[in-house]
Design a protein around this ligand. Structure first.
Ligand SMILES: Cc1cc2nc3c(=O)[nH]c(=O)nc-3n(C[C@H](O)[C@H](O)[C@H](O)COP(=O)(O)OP(=O)(O)OC[C@H]3O[C@@H](n4cnc5c(N)ncnc54)[C@H](O)[C@@H]3O)c2cc1C
Length: 415
C-alpha cells in the first residue's frame, strides 16, 4: 500500500530556468498528496540572474538590478522546503550530495540543473547580487570610458549585445566579429542572418564575417585591450579599447567524479565540454542511478536544445518523471537509511517515464530596443518591419523578465 505521508527528499541543484521550473512543480506536489515531501534547492548564488536579459542589463543599470531575484523567494516561508546557498562539490553516491564547505544532504531524487556558464559577467562570477551587479557595472564603466568596442561571436548573444551597445552609446564604434559565414545559429534560415546584418548596420555596427580573432591570453571576458593589436585569422589586424567575448560555453560537472568512480563508468561526454550524459527521460545515462535527472544546458542534448525555454521544458519533464516515480512508490521501496547503495536503487522497478522531445525551434533576437529578427519553426521574419514589431511586442522591453517574476513570488520588497 502506498504511504503518502512518507518522508521524501528531493534535491534540485541550480535554480535557474530548468531548476526553478522543477522546484515549483515538486513543491506543488508537497502541497497536494505528499505533505512530507521536502524540496531542497541548492545554488551557488544567492540570486537567480535573468541571463537572457544581459544585453539590456549591460546598458541599463536599473534593469540590471531587476534581473536578480532571490532563490529563497521561490518557497512559501511556511513550507518546510529549503534553499541552501552553496556550491555542489560532489555527488557522493546514489543518495548523497556534498555542498562546498562540508554539508551533506540526503536525497531520494536528485535533479541536476547546473546549466552552463558564459564568460563573465554575462554569467557573473560573483555569487551574490551586490557583487554581481558590480561586475556588470565594471564592464559598463569600461565601455563608457572607451571609444571602440569589439564583440566577438555572432550568435544571438553577440548580436544582441552589439545592437544594444550601438544604440545606447551612439558615439562609440562597435564592431561584431564572427568566425562563421553568417550570423546566428546555422539551424535557422539565412534570411534572419541577413536581416540581423542589415539592422545592425542601421545602428552603425560594423559586421565582419569569416574572421576568427585571436583572443588575448589575459582576457577572461571583457578586456581592456587598448593599444593591443587584435589579429584575425585572415591576417587583418584590428584595434579596440574593449573586447567582449560572446563565445565559449563552460560546463561545471566535476561534482560527478565520485559517482563515476562508484559506477566505474564515464557519466560525462568526451570532448572539450563535459556535458552530462542523459537518456531521453533525462535520467543519467547509467542504470545504477535511476533517481538522478539532468535538465537544461548541463546535459548532452544537442546545442539546438540549449535555450532557456527548452531548459524550462526539460525542468518540467524531469519533475514530471520524479512525480511518476513518487506516485509509483519508487522511493518507498528503498530503505531511508544512509547505507542505501546504488545497486539497491537499480533493483527497484522504475515506472514508465516521459521522454523529452525537442519539437519547436524558435529564436527571437532584439537588435537594439526597436528592431529585431525572429523565427518560429519554419516561419522567419528577417529584414521586414513586421519582424521589428513582433520582436518589440514579445521581447525587447524587458527580455521576458515578467514571465519569470511570478515564480519568485515570496519576495520581500527589499529583495
Ligand atoms: C546573454 C544570453 C542571452 C540568452 N538569451 C536567450 C533567449 O533569449 N532565449 C532563450 O531561450 N535562451 C537564451 N539564452 C540561453 C539560456 O540562457 C540558457 O539556455 C539557459 O540559461 C539554461 O538554463 P539552465 O536552467 O539549464 O541553467 P543556467 O541558466 O545556466 O543556470 C544554472 C544554475 O545553476 C547554478 N549552478 C551551477 N553550478 C552549480 C554548482 N556546482 N552548485 C550549485 N549551483 C550551481 C548557477 O548558479 C545557476 O543558477 C541566452 C544565454 C545568454 C548567455
Amino acid at each position: 500500500m502506498s504511504n503518502n505521508n512518507r518522508a521524501i527528499s528531493v534535491v534540485i541543484v541550480g535554480g535557474s530556468y530548468a531548476g526553478a521550473t522543477a522546484t515549483k512543480q515538486l513543491a506543488g506536489l508537497a502541497k497536494g498528496n505528499y505533505p512530507n515531501l521536502k524540496v531542497t534547492l541548492i545554488d551557488k548564488s544567492t540570486h537567480y540572474f535573468h541571463v537572457v536579459g544581459f544585453p539590456k542589463a549591460l546598458v541599463d543599470e536599473d534593469y540590471a538590478s531587476e534581473c536578480f531575484l532571490p532563490f529563497s523567494s521561490l518557497f512559501d516561508p511556511k513550507s518546510n522546503h529549503e534553499f541552501v546557498h552553496g556550491k555542489l562539490s560532489a555527488i557522493k553516491d546514489a543518495h548523497h550530495v556534498q555542498v562546498e564547505g562540508g554539508r551533506e544532504i540526503y536525497f531520494d531524487y536528485l535533479i541536476l540543473a547546473t546549466g552552463s556558464q558564459s564568460p563573465g559577467p554575462i554569467n557573473p562570477v560573483a555569487t551574490n547580487k551586490a557583487d554581481a551587479l558590480e561586475e556588470i557595472a565594471r564592464l559598463r564603466d569600461g565601455i563608457l570610458e572607451s571609444n571602440t568596442v569589439m564583440v566577438v561571436g555572432g550568435g544571438a548573444v553577440g548580436v544582441e549585445i552589439a545592437g544594444f551597445l550601438a544604440e545606447a552609446y551612439l558615439a562609440k564604434k562597435v564592431t561584431l566579429v564572427h568566425s562563421g559565414s553568417r550570423l546566428l545559429p546555422m539551424n535557422f534560415r539565412e534570411s534572419i542572418s541577413t536581416g540581423a546584418v542589415t539592422k545592425l548596420k542601421q545602428l552603425g555596427v560594423a559586421v565582419i564575417l569569416n574572421e576568427r580573432i585571436e583572443i588575448p591570453e589575459d582576457s577572461e571576458y571583457a578586456a581592456q585591450v587598448k593599444g593591443q593589436v587584435l589579429r584575425g585569422s585572415s591576417g587583418t589586424e584590428y584595434r579596440a579599447d574593449v573586447l567582449i567575448k560572446a563565445i565559449g560555453l563552460r560546463i561545471d560537472s566535476d561534482f560527478l567524479a565520485p559517482l563515476e568512480l562508484a559506477a566505474g563508468t564515464k557519466l560525462r561526454a568526451d570532448g572539450p565540454v563535459p556535458f552530462i550524459r542523459v537518456l531521453p527521460t533525462l535520467q543519467l545515462a547509467e542504470p545504477l542511478f535511476p533517481n538522478v535527472f539532468v535538465a537544461g544546458d548541463a546535459n548532452d542534448l544537442p546545442m539546438s536544445a540549449k535555450y532557456a525555454f527548452k531548459a524550462e521544458m526539460q525542468g518540467g519533464t524531469a519533475a514530471g518523471n520524479v512525480k511518476r516515480m513518487v506516485e509509483a512508490g519508487f522511493d518507498q521501496e528503498l530503505a531511508h537509511a544512509t547505507a542505501v547503495n546504488a545497486k539497491a536503487a537499480a533493483d527497484v522497478i522504475v515506472p514508465p517515464l516521459s521522454k523529452w522531445s525537442d519539437m519547436v525551434d524558435a529564436i527571437i533576437v532584439p537588435i537594439g530596443s526597436q528592431m529585431g529578427v525572429i523565427q518560429v519553426t519554419k516561419i522567419a521574419f528577417g529584414c521586414s518591419g513586421i519582424a521589428n514589431f513582433i520582436v518589440r511586442q514579445l521581447k525587447s522591453k524587458d527580455f521576458m523578465l515578467w514571465m519569470r517574476k511570478p515564480l519568485f513570488k515570496y519576495r520581500a520588497a527589499q529583495d
